[in-house]
Design a protein around this ligand. Structure first.
Ligand code: UDP
Length: 457
């Protein structure tokens, strides 16, 4: 209450992890909470800083992350995350401590909501006696698969590739439908870094709750399992992009010219292709993708983002093979970054070739668009298996990226009976997601419960 009996908005600090697939759900959560009367500060790194322009009501505060250029360009994500947590701890604590000294009526912080990968924010909250809540931006299946990987590491069985080649195709006991090769075992350059990050992100510590960007109807049996084991409430409020007003959260500028192009295409005719914000391919794979898309003879919208080709940072579409663009003409549209949610919701789009980052997968599911899964690393392989074997709304392209295989996979999804059945299931699943997010649905109710909890702090 303010001094004149007016109820003042409570002030929340949100701490996103500096990658696109993490920034999006955190800003969506901030947007939802703002629309429910909270005032929002985003404390973020200088590296991959979110753009304040689309969120004029939020207070954006950059803290020094101390990341050297060579570490950023190494792409060694576990090492970057360890450095971010170590380097941002003190500046984050100082900024929040300053806020707690504030004389302004709503200056003091009621709660810190942090991405699981920004785990040091929990100790900042604890030391300043502020309640905290963890946001998990991935699936429950990935969480459990990561736990299993930790167990294998403890037993000395990782890296699997080196210990037993043939085990990779075998199913993981009690983790249907995963095979050993689907486990999120990406170790990048150091197993120790990976283990340290994974051990940290599984700890809830002093946090009061876990918010998960997934939903009951997709992950129910597993969710029941983790809810039983977790000593704090778990709120599954996903997919949050469906509950938040559509505001851009992109680090790269979206190219909206693809929307009028989509408007000109026939209904359910276009395959959308994007490998997300981090996954990379070789120049040879880029060429095979290009010729495969040329060969499939269907309209396509392809995101070739800066840095998609391994080892290149700014060289972009110039890497496309000679003659490809002229060959496909107006049938193919290439952009550096797309307004993905709008693209997937467009009636012309009938399939999504995706790396299966969780945001991309759930955005596709929420629009009833079936997928060709081409996972690259980490959680993407787990999500791909769930898409293909549990929700059965996609197929995985596992063979080497080669133009004939690409063209055949696209046609299988887009025009063959098998693909049409996947689309039917995807549309049915979209309906269940809609039920979950609308009033009375599981995600809607969990969002209310979360808000009640924050108001009680
Ligand atoms: N995205 C986008 N435009 C693009 C490609 C991706 O807006 O051209 C967004 C997409 O909607 C998703 C996010 O970037 O929300 C990527 O997150 P995801 O978890 O799918 O993959 P990541 O980039 O983390 O590997």
């Amino acid at each position: 209450m303010g001094s004149e009996g007016v109820i003042l908005p409570r002030h929340l600090v949100l701490v996103p992890c500096p990658y696109q697939g993490h920034i999006n759900p955190m800003l969506q959560l901030g947007t939802i909470l703002h629309s429910r009367g909270f005032s929002i500060s985003i404390i973020h790194t200088q590296f991959n800083a979110p753009c304040p322009r689309n969120h004029p009501d939020f207070n954006f505060i950059a803290v020094p992350d101390g990341l050297p250029d060579h570490l950023i360009s190494s792409g060694n994500i576990p090492a970057i995350l360890l450095a971010v947590n170590a380097n941002c701890h003190t500046p984050l604590k100082d900024r929040v401590a300053q806020m707690m000294q504030s004389e302004k009526p709503n200056g003091k912080v009621s709660c810190i909501i942090y991405d699981e990968y920004m785990y040091r924010a929990e100790s900042v909250a604890y030391s300043l006696r502020i309640p905290s809540i963890m946001l998990r931006t991935n699936t429950v299946s990935t969480f459990l698969a990561r736990d299993f990987v930790l167990r294998l590491i403890d037993e000395g069985q990782i890296p699997l590739q080196e210990t037993a080649g043939s085990i990779m195709e075998k199913p993981v006991p009690e983790h249907y439908p995963l095979r050993y090769k689907d486990l999120p075992t990406t170790i990048f350059k150091s197993l120790n870094n990976f283990v340290e990050v994974v051990k940290n992100i599984r700890l809830v510590g002093s946090s009061s709750a876990v918010v998960w960007n997934t939903l009951d109807c997709l992950e129910n049996p597993l969710l029941g399992q983790v809810k039983q084991q977790c000593r704090v409430p778990i709120f599954t409020v996903g997919p949050m992009h469906k509950s938040a007003p559509q505001l851009s959260t992109s680090l790269l500028k979206e190219d909206y010219s693809c929307i009028p192009w989509l408007d000109k295409q026939a209904e359910n005719s276009v395959i959308y292709v994007s490998l997300g914000s981090v996954a990379c391919i070789s120049e040879h794979e880029l060429a095979e993708m290009a010729w495969g898309l040329a060969k499939c003879n269907l309209p396509f919208l392809w995101v070739v983002r800066p840095g998609l080709v391994r080892g290149t940072r700014n060289v972009r579409q110039s890497l496309l093979p000679n003659g490809f663009r002229e060959g496909v003409g107006e049938r193919g549209r290439i952009v550096e970054w797309a307004p993905q949610e709008e693209v997937l919701a467009h009636k012309a789009v009938a399939g999504f070739w995706s790396h299966c980052g969780w945001n991309s997968a759930v955005e596709s599911i929420a629009e009833g668009v079936p997928l060709i899964c081409r996972p690259n690393f980490a959680d993407q392989k787990v999500t791909a298996r769930y898409v293909t074997h549990v929700w059965r709304v996609g197929m995985q392209l596992e063979e080497e990226l080669e133009r004939d295989a690409v063209a055949a996979a696209v046609r299988r999804l887009m025009v063959e009976e098998e693909g049409l059945e996947m689309r039917e299931r995807a549309v049915e699943l979209k309906g269940r997601v809609e039920i979950g997010t609308r009033r009375g649905g599981s995600s809607f109710k969990d969002l209310d419960r979360l808000i009640d909890m924050i108001r009680s702090f």
